[in-house]
Structure formats: structure tokens, C-alpha cells
Ligand binder design. Structure first.
Ligand code: KIV
Ligand code: NA
Length: 265
């Protein structure tokens, strides 16, 4: 087994090889995901909902992410592991240094933060200090109270241009990955083509370099509140391993997400 690094992710983009990633919060699932071919995992602050039962990601603390990052790292020693910087843990660059260093020491290879051009200084300062950064644009759940709900982003020309500008600003500042959540396929395609770094989509169509799903959505644990862009890979039959294998294969073959799992305007 070899360690997956950002170098591999860059190469997948150059080779136009699509990849599947997933959220993970504990060692058992992290091991199962590794066994089924998942090489990139995220300790998402979605754990506020999936693990803790909150209605949003805002209550999640840095210590919560640290705890789950340690758990996932033990189960998946060789994956490229991203950890979310929780709400208000990167309000200033100085605070971002403290938060990011704690996550890196817990076993993360990269930190993810939500926001656009306003974060450029934070992204470049973290990168200079040896912390790789993944951006997150579109529906950024930590901003749910600003947005007034969970909805599609970048539908009108002005917000689409703004999103593209933000993506370029993050890349220019040194971000090495970008998550795009809940945006129309055409915009996701523009961003993916405009950036040299890999773009990981969720609710952004099959056009991005990689895909990510919240594990509870992919395995049908979320139930009726599961988002429309997700898919229950367990319902096709078999077991957890087969479901994860199916997700990986469908993404790598470009069959997931389908147009029904995507937004078109
Ligand atoms: O917290 C999370 O699970 C995420 C993914 C949905 C990208 O940020
Ligand atoms: Na998140």
C-alpha cells in the first residue's frame, strides 16, 4: 500500500481519471472505505448532523474535528485525509494557524475552509506555513444563516461570475483542491476547466474531477432528508462493501452523478 498524496490527485486530473471521495468519521468505516478503493477522505463538519444530530454544522468545535480525524487516521493510515476547519475557527489568519496546526497534528494532510476571495490571505499564509488548503465554494453550509437556507448557488450570471472569480483567487493564493457544492453543471464545468487544481463536486454534476458524498447519504442512513443530488448505493443490494465499491466504480466510469442528481440552471 502506498500513501495517497496531493501529487496523485494532480496526476488524476491530468490523466482525466475521475475519483470518488467520501466523508468518514470513525476508524471502522475509514478502513472499509480504504478496502473498497477510496483514497481521499474528509472529516467533514457534516459530523454535526450525522454524528451529533444537530440541525447545522455550526455547533461543531475544533476538538470534535480533532477527535474524529484521529479516529479516521487510525483506520485509514494511507489515505489523503482532509479535515474541515469548523465554523469560526479561521476568522483571522492567526486563528487559522492554531486551528490548522491542531488538525494537522491529529493526522490530517490538508484542511478545508469555506469561502472565497476574502480567504486568500489565510490560504496563502497557511500554505507558506506548510498546511495544504482545500477551498469550498457554492453552498457553504457554515453560511446557512447568511443564505437563509440550503439552496443552489451560482444560478444567475452575477453570482456565477463571482464564484469563478473566487475559485481563481483561491487557486492563485495556493489552494491545492476545491470543493464545489450545489451549483449548476455548466458553472461546475467552467470552474473545473478554468482551474489547474482538482475540483471535487457534490451536487455539481459529473463534470468535476472528483466527487464527494456524505457517507450517510451514500449509504441511505440519512433517510427521507437525504439530498436529491445523492444516491443510496446500499439499496441496490449487497452489503456495505458492495455499496461503496459501486459508488467508486460509478464515479470512475462517469456514471454518477447522473442528470437527475444534478442541477441544470
Ligand atoms: O462537511 C462535509 O461533509 C463537507 C462535504 C459535503 C464536502 O464539507
Ligand atoms: Na463541511
Amino acid at each position: 500500500t502506498t500513501m495517497t498524496t496531493i501529487y496523485h490527485v494532480h496526476r488524476w486530473k491530468q490523466q482525466q481519471q475521475k475519483f470518488a471521495s467520501i466523508t468518514a468519521y470513525d476508524a471502522a468505516f475509514a478502513r472499509l472505505f480504504t478496502e473498497q478503493g477510496i483514497k481521499v477522505m474528509l472529516v467533514g463538519d457534516s459530523l454535526g448532523m450525522t454524528m451529533q444530530g444537530h440541525a447545522s454544522t455550526l455547533p461543531v468545535t475544533l476538538d470534535d474535528i480533532i477527535y474524529h480525524t484521529r479516529c479516521v487516521r487510525r483506520g485509514a493510515p494511507y489515505c489523503l485525509l482532509l479535515a474541515d476547519m469548523p465554523f469560526m475557527s479561521y476568522a483571522t489568519p492567526a486563528q487559522a494557524f492554531d486551528s490548522a496546526s491542531a488538525l494537522m497534528r491529529a493526522g490530517a494532510n490538508m484542511v478545508k475552509l469555506e469561502g472565497g476571495a476574502w480567504l486568500a490571505d489565510t490560504v496563502s499564509a497557511l500554505t507558506e506555513r506548510a498546511v495544504p488548503v482545500c477551498g469550498h465554494l457554492g453552498l457553504t453550509p457554515q453560511s446557512v444563516n447568511i443564505f437563509g437556507g440550503y439552496k443552489i448557488h451560482g444560478r444567475d450570471p452575477t453570482s456565477a461570475e463571482q464564484l469563478l472569480t473566487d475559485a481563481l483567487a483561491l487557486e492563485h493564493a495556493g489552494a491545492q483542491l476545491l470543493v464545489l457544492e450545489c451549483v449548476p453543471v455548466a458553472l461546475a464545468e467552467r470552474v473545473t476547466q478554468a482551474l489547474a487544481i482538482s475540483v471535487i463536486g457534490i451536487g455539481a454534476g459529473a463534470v468535476t474531477d472528483g466527487q464527494i458524498l456524505v457517507m450517510h447519504d451514500a449509504l441511505g442512513i440519512t433517510g427521507s432528508s437525504s439530498p436529491s443530488f445523492s444516491n443510496n448505493f446500499l439499496s441496490a443490494g449487497g452489503d456495505l462493501a458492495a455499496a461503496v465499491r459501486c459508488y467508486v466504480q460509478e464515479v470512475e466510469a462517469g456514471r454518477f452523478p447522473t442528470t437527475e442528481h444534478s442541477f441544470h440552471s
